[in-house]
Design a protein around this ligand. Structure first.
Ligand SMILES: C[S@@+](CC[C@H](N)C(=O)[O-])C[C@H]1O[C@@H](n2cnc3c(N)ncnc32)[C@H](O)[C@@H]1O
Length: 263
């Protein structure tokens, strides 16, 4: 299905986050990607609106199945293990899948992993009671098709958690400081809802605030991750450290749980 106006606006707003070529050309390492070390050390939330919406759609006898798209280290699906007998993790990153597999073993839940990019990989996945997709939407230019593929794999419900604003916005002041560059302000979660609506998905949304003191990742890892995102050399670490101040910078606290039931 070709994207409509809201879909095109969403894709355009995301394209504006492209890093200017001269900065990219001087980058010591690729600014993209998600290091599992950072995500694995996050304290795992056990009671959020996203977890509650997913749990209420799983059968009470513990036989439920979950498909987690963009699983990362499993933060969106492992808290569902009490009601899920099986979790499938999908991710582009083999490192993330390895970390997820280890964490799922520790949680004692049956699991499998499928490496690839959603929705292209969707045909290799089996339907699940609940499909979760947390903190991935801002990575996806063709959001309508992406979300419809989530619906097609859910027998009961889709739950997608997202920050209210683009997660990279927290680094805008550092981009200005180091590169003199103004970064975009959008898109927002409301823009995502508009794209879903245009795709025929009547999603519901619940806004909430994540607590700040949940990130436990080593400070050095956070500084190195920031340096990489900002295309800077390691010499800038002390200045990044000083400017970052608060390690919650990567975890904007305004969050949304978006969910819709399978047709
Ligand atoms: C910000 S992390 C979130 C991980 C996890 N869902 C969480 O909430 O902690 C985003 C993850 O989605 C993966 N990802 C991004 N776009 C994807 C796509 N189109 N298909 C599959 N995985 C994707 C990334 O590799 C990364 O592991």
């Amino acid at each position: 299905m070709p994207d409509g106006e809201a879909g095109k606006r969403w894709a355009q707003a995301l394209a504006e986050w492209a890093i200017p070529e001269p900065i990219l050309a001087r980058a010591p390492e690729s600014p993209w990607g998600f290091p599992p070390e950072i995500f694995a050390t996050n304290a795992r939330d056990e009671d959020t609106p996203s977890i509650r919406r997913a749990l209420e759609a799983l059968p009470d006898d513990g036989s439920g199945s979950v498909l987690d798209v963009g699983v990362g280290t499993g933060a969106g699906s492992l808290p569902l293990a009490a009601k899920a007998s099986h979790i499938t993790g999908v991710d582009e990153s083999p490192n993330m899948l390895e970390t997820f597999a280890r964490a799922a073993d520790e949680a004692g839940v049956a699991h499998d992993e499928i490496q690839g990019s959603w929705p292209e990989i969707a045909g290799r996945t089996k339907p699940a009671d609940v499909v979760v997709c947390n903190h991935v939407l801002y990575n996806v230019a063709e959001l309508g098709a992406f979300a419809l593929a989530l619906t097609a794999r859910a027998t009961k419900r889709v739950v997608a958690e997202s920050t209210d604003v683009h997660p990279q916005m927290s680094l805008n002041r550092l981009w200005k400081h180091f590169h003199g560059l103004e970064r975009p302000q959008g898109p927002t979660v409301q823009d995502a809802i508009n794209v879903l609506k245009e795709a025929g998905i009547g999603a519901r949304i619940e806004h909430w605030h994540r607590e700040r003191a949940q990130r436990t990742a080593d400070r050095q890892l956070i500084v190195a991750f920031t340096r990489r995102r900002l295309c800077l050399p390691a010499e800038c670490d002390p200045e990044i450290d000083r400017l970052l101040a608060d390690t919650s910078v990567f975890r904007p606290s305004a969050m949304s749980t978006i969910w819709w039931d399978a047709p």
